[in-house]
Design a protein around this ligand. Structure first.
Ligand code: MG
Ligand code: MG
Length: 268
């Protein structure tokens, strides 16, 4: 069942999106070579708690396996669901940070991938393409289009540039649960799949690989890596479907302010 939200509910998700964007920015401010991914996680946890929210991913339970952190932090060849640990970020890394905020009964979910220092040009291109494909996908999130139009937008743009699309992991509806119907694949055919209705809320989250599309999961039950160990990028917004233009409920504004002041993060 696909839940349609009221405009008041969209406003709750949007308010959560502000806290979420600011939590991302608090993390971005301290991203630098030498910092551990665990330290980044702590900052996000504290910011969300200080704003009376709960980190959506903390203790998120899949068949009894609980995610142990507030952030999914996925470095280089990790596609998504990396667990924060003692790994120290280094010059040349890319790091995707995915976070969710739950407050007042609703979730908001967004992700951003950062380039630290001297990242290879081909990998910067991957980041730009993934981010742009998210923008193109959001343009499709309007009344009368279908889920397949979103997937097609991501796939067509990224594959034309020579990148590949992860198939096993997809975007999703967002609301009282972090993951609701419908699934929002990052590949597809125009005009295929469920019709988009006004006030459907979906997380659109292209996961795009520099090499081949195959992935595998590590024994921790979470970490997803590219099979060929080449880099992968991930950007995500939570958006509401509207008549003429999607309403983006999460924001990169605070993140991008932090990046513009960072000595370590490359503006892509
Ligand atoms: Mg996410
Ligand atoms: Mg998501």
């Amino acid at each position: 069942m696909i839940f349609l939200k009221t405009n008041a509910e969209l406003d709750i998700i949007r308010a959560n999106g502000v806290i979420l964007g600011q939590a991302h920015a608090e993390v971005a401010k301290i991203i630098k070579p030498g910092i551990t991914t665990k330290e980044l996680d702590k900052v996000a946890y504290e910011y969300i708690k200080d704003n009376n929210g709960y980190p959506s991913f903390l203790n998120y339970n899949v068949s009894g396996n609980k995610f142990p952190a507030s952030l999914c932090i996925s470095v280089n060849d990790i596609v998504v669901h990396g667990i924060p640990n003692n790994y120290q970020l280094k010059d040349g890394d890319i790091v995707s940070i995915d976070c969710g905020v739950y407050k007042n009964g609703f979730h908001a979910d967004s992700a951003y991938t950062y380039a630290i220092g001297n990242v290879k040009e081909e990998t910067l291109k991957l980041l730009r393409a993934t981010k742009q494909s998210l923008a193109l996908a959001i343009e499709q999130a309007v009344f009368g289009k279908r889920i397949g139009d979103i997937g097609f937008a991501v796939q067509n743009y990224c594959e034309t540039l020579g990148f590949t699309i992860v198939r096993e992991l997809v975007g999703h509806g967002v609301g009282k649960s972090l993951h609701e119907k419908p699934e929002v694949a990052n590949y597809g055919k125009r005009g295929d799949g469920a019709k988009l209705k006004e006030n459907m809320v979906i997380a659109i989250e292209p996961m795009v690989n520099q090499g081949k599309k195959s992935i595998h999961q590590e024994n921790d039950g979470w970490t997803i890596r590219t099979q060929d160990r080449k880099p992968s990028a991930h950007f995500e917004h939570t958006v509401a479907v509207k008549k003429n233009k999607a309403d983006i409920l999460t924001t990169f504004k605070y993140i991008e302010e932090a990046i513009s002041k960072s000595e370590y993060i490359v503006k892509i």
